[in-house]
Each structure stands twice: as structure tokens, then as C-alpha cells.
Design a protein. Structure first.
Length: 526
């Protein structure tokens, strides 16, 4: 038995540095010899079969690119590959040593106190009797590390040793675990914040104090590096929008008084409070200054906030969009005052052209009829474009409950010649979802010892589909935008039946029409 301490090697030891490919390129291959190292006493090795699988063959002109592919193929099957190339009498002689992958004899865990060896082995996904593949093992070990991080052990480190038996080419895998501190957060300390700021931030950030129920339901309360880094950016963004443009955040992790827990200390260096100085704009021709000023969020002497700048841009674009200038663009530049914490802002407006609505195209509706979708649209061909109506149309379609997703957008009209360049077509792109339900139910009561029933409902029903039912199947009853409900309850002594149907837009008008029919049968004796 020999002991080998293993470190992470490159993908395979090919000794490519020793091969000068230019000297061998196109030379005829004189021979190919493959030998197995570390072969178990009871093992067998057929070199001819392996040579036959290579693309490089005796008598062929040598190609470094093809030979590299052969080595990669062998590396997928063997633990190590060691090629040697020699030139003799104008021919190339190739010798390749291969080391068969050892078989895992046992897997042993050391240092794991908080997670059982059984759980770790299951997460590792490797078992005795299987070939040991270094690359696969590294990937499996990463899964184990992710498990420790998920459990809160953010400092967990792993090392492993291979105890080999050369005679049998078997290996004992010993994995040493340094679990480190538990990441359960005992307390979060905010330094340099007001109470109201602390309260606001706790509702915004992912990292929270450990609580068993919160951990079960929300998965929070444990230290996780990536969410904490995101929280850092959230806090900086929060402070910058409070006017602290130079804010810096330091986060430290210290041991808690209670063993097995940590304290996260978040400290702020806020700096000066910045305000807006002059707020100016130009480029507007079609919309007067007063209307634009009314939608501004960023105002002179107000507390500086990057969000207010972006909200102002959005508000100006929405103002233009409601008047048909759907391609208007707005950019801003900020300038810091040299003597005081003031940011002056200038907005540059490019109005673009005013557009009208061209054709309306509907995509993605398999069952729902076009007219059902169009009657929810507030956009009318020929009218001046209104981006607010476009957004409202998307909102109305989402609220129907017929679709997983709805995307309403405008594109350059396909018929510029007929309509002109100032038209934009509207595309309504939907992805349908299930709109029907089937429920079976059973129960018992004092009035009726046992009963059962069926409940069917369809919120996108098509009553006219009955005429096509036998031709196209049950799908014919979908897509009309109607509501249908059938319920039957059958018991030993009493039964009830009900049918409901409603068309919320009768013949595509604002009239609603429907009916409810019910029937009860009872054999109860009073």
C-alpha cells in the first residue's frame, strides 16, 4: 500500500511541450505502440483494439491536429496519457503510455461534525467499485461544497488524499473537511445609519438575522457571499438616492457571543448630502416648456438622487409617447459644482417624428380568437399613437387570465408605400396558458351518507365550437372568450345539477348575456 498526496493537475499530462509538431508534420507513421502502466495483476489490456480506434494509423502522414484529437479521446478513458514521438529512417514512431483509471475501493470522510458521512456521500454521487475520474470528482466535490454553503458553513474547505494499491490499481479516497464557522447570523449591526434608514434597509436586503421559521420558509438567516455583495450595492444605491453620492459601505463578519453564530456589521461612511442645482433642458419644439417641467421628478434644490434622474427621463418619454412621439429620446448630463455639493443637470430631448397606428398583428394565439384579443385593445388603426394606451392594452390582456405572457410593441410598418413612413404597426405577442379545470370530489354528510360529483369550468369557452367538436376535438370549445361552468353532485338521497354560461361581450358589443340552469332531485323523508 502506498500513500499519495494529490493536488489538482491539468486536464491530462500530455507533455506537449516536448513535441515540436512542425518537425513531425506529414511524416509517414512507422509504428504505433500503446502500453499500459500500473495494470492490475488480474487485468488485461488489448493494445491492438485501442490502436484501431485511433484516427492516426500506421502508413498515414502524421497530422498534429488529428493526433491531438486521439490524445483527447484516450484522456477521456485513462487516468494519464504520456506520448513519445521519435523519428527513425524518415518515419515517425509513436509510443503512448496510458495509466488505467484506478477503481474506488472506499470513500472515507474526516472532519465532518455537522453533516453526516452518509449525507455527504450521497451528495458526492460516487461509490465504491466505480472508476476514479479526477475531473468528475472535482465537480462532485464542488456539489459537496455547495451543500455546506447552503447549510451556512461559508468557510468550508476540502482536501483529499489518494491511498493507492498499485498491485490491484485500487484507491481509497480520504476527504478531509474543515467546516469552519457556521453562517447563522445572530445579529446585524448597522453603524452610521438612522433608525428609519435601518428599518427601510432591512425590508430591502436579502441578508437577515437567523430565525428558524424564516429559514424554513424563506431560506434567509445564513451568510451567503453573493447575496451579501448584492445587499452592499442595494445599500449604496439607497444612500445615493438619499443624497449621499459619495457613500461607502464596509461589511465585516465577526464571531457572535453564542458559539456557532456570527455577527454582520454594516458601516456607512456617508459623506456630504448632495442637492440638485440648476435643472435645464432643450430640444423640445412640439411640447411647451411648462408641460415638460410639470413631469420633472428632479427639481432644483431637491435632494440629489440617481433614481429621480432616470424617472424624469421616463416621465418625459411617456409625455411624448402619449402624443405620438413614440421614438423620442432623452439624455442627461450632470455637472458637479466646484465649491458646493450641488449637481446641475441638463436634459437633451430629441423628439423624433409623430406616428400613427398602422396595422395590428396578433401572434402566438393557438386557441384564443383574434377578435377576443382585439376587443381588449385600446389601440385603433389610423389614430395618433399613444404609448399609455399601448401599455394599458398589455395590462388588460394580462388580466384576462388567458396568457402566460403578453408583449405589445410597435415596429416600422410593412407597407410604407401605402401608409407612409409616419405609421407604426402594433404587434400583440401572446403565450397561452390553461384556462379550464376539472375537479372530482367525494364526501359524506348526515343528510346523505355518501356523495360524489364533477366540476368543470372553462374561462375561455367557445359555445360555437360544438359544431366542430367531432371534427377537431375538445379544442373546438376553447378560444371564444366566454365563461362556462358545469357542476353535478350525486348522492344516495339527493342530487344537484347546474350549468352556467356567460358571454361578456355579446357579438363583440358591451352587452353581457348568459344563463344559469340548476336542478335538484331529492328523496328525503321529512
Amino acid at each position: 500500500m502506498s500513500l499519495l498526496c494529490f493536488t489538482f493537475p491539468p486536464h491530462s499530462a500530455l507533455r506537449g511541450e516536448e513535441i515540436v509538431s512542425e518537425a513531425y508534420e506529414s511524416l509517414p507513421v512507422g509504428s504505433i505502440e500503446i502500453t499500459a502502466e500500473n495494470l492490475p495483476e488480474t487485468g488485461s489490456f488489448d493494445s491492438k483494439t485501442i490502436v484501431g480506434r485511433l484516427k492516426t494509423q500506421i502508413g498515414d502522414p502524421f497530422s498534429q491536429a488529428i493526433f491531438d484529437e486521439d490524445l483527447k479521446t484516450l484522456a477521456q478513458e485513462y487516468d494519464r496519457i504520456d506520448p513519445t514521438l521519435r523519428i527513425r529512417n524518415g518515419e515517425l514512431y509513436i509510443t503512448i503510455k496510458v495509466w488505467p483509471r484506478p477503481t474506488i475501493r472506499l470513500i472515507k470522510w474526516e472532519g465532518n461534525e455537522h453533516i453526516s458521512a452518509r449525507t455527504l456521500k450521497k451528495e458526492l454521487g460516487l461509490s465504491s467499485g466505480k472508476p476514479f475520474n479526477r475531473q468528475t470528482f472535482h465537480q462532485a466535490l464542488n456539489k459537496v461544497k455547495e451543500l455546506y454553503i447552503k447549510k451556512g458553513y461559508f468557510e468550508a474547505q476540502f482536501q483529499y488524499r489518494l491511498q493507492t494499491d498499485p498491485k490491484k490499481n485500487e484507491v481509497d479516497l480520504v476527504i478531509e473537511v474543515d467546516e469552519g464557522r457556521s453562517g447563522k447570523i445572530d445579529e446585524m449591526i448597522f453603524n452610521g445609519f438612522t433608525k428609519s434608514e435601518e428599518s427601510a434597509l432591512l425590508s430591502m436586503i436579502h441578508t437577515q438575522q437567523y430565525n428558524l421559521f424564516r429559514y424554513w420558509f424563506l431560506g434567509t438567516g445564513l451568510y451567503k457571499e453573493e447575496p451579501l455583495e448584492q445587499d452592499r450595492m442595494t445599500i449604496i444605491n439607497f444612500l445615493q438616492n438619499e443624497g449621499y453620492a459619495d457613500a461607502k459601505i464596509d461589511i465585516h463578519i465577526v464571531d457572535a457571543a453564542e458559539p456557532g453564530k456570527i455577527v454582520i456589521s454594516i458601516s456607512a461612511e456617508k459623506g456630504a448630502v448632495y442637492h440638485f442645482g440648476r435643472v435645464t433642458f432643450d430640444g423640445n419644439v412640439e411640447i411647451p416648456d411648462k408641460q415638460i417641467e410639470e413631469v420633472f421628478i428632479a427639481r432644483p434644490n431637491g435632494i440629489y438622487s440617481p433614481d429621480k434622474l432616470h424617472e424624469s427621463v421616463r416621465a418625459i418619454k411617456e409625455l411624448y409617447g402619449r402624443k405620438g412621439y413614440i421614438e423620442a429620446s432623452v439624455h442627461f448630463e450632470t455637472k458637479l459644482d466646484e465649491h458646493s455639493p450641488l449637481y446641475s443637470v441638463h436634459f437633451q430631448i430629441e423628439e423624433g417624428g409623430q406616428y400613427k397606428i398602422g396595422l395590428i398583428h396578433i401572434l402566438g394565439n393557438v386557441y384564443t380568437q383574434d377578435r377576443v384579443i382585439l376587443r381588449e385593445s385600446l389601440l385603433i388603426p389610423g389614430e395618433t399613437f399613444d404609448s399609455a394606451k399601448l401599455q394599458a392594452t398589455e395590462h388588460r390582456l394580462n388580466n384576462m387570465g388567458y396568457f402566460k405572457s403578453v408583449n405589445v410593441y410597435s415596429v416600422r410598418t410593412q407597407d410604407d408605400v401605402a401608409l407612409g413612413p409616419n405609421y407604426r404597426d402594433v404587434y400583440i405577442d401572446v403565450k397561452e396558458t390553461t384556462t379550464g379545470s376539472i375537479n372530482l370530489f367525494f364526501g359524506a354528510s348526515t343528510a346523505d351518507s355518501a356523495f360524489g360529483g364533477l366540476d368543470l369550468s372553462e374561462s375561455n369557452f367557445n359555445i360555437k365550437g360544438f359544431g366542430k367538436l367531432f371534427k377537431t376535438g375538445p379544442s373546438a370549445l376553447r378560444g371564444g372568450g366566454e365563461y362556462a361552468h358545469i357542476r353535478a353532485t350525486i348522492g344516495k338521497k339527493q342530487s344537484t345539477y347546474s350549468i352556467s354560461w356567460l358571454d361578456p361581450y355579446l357579438n363583440d358589443t358591451l352587452w353581457r348575456f348568459g344563463f344559469d340552469i340548476s336542478k335538484s332531485d331529492s328523496t328525503l323523508i321529512s
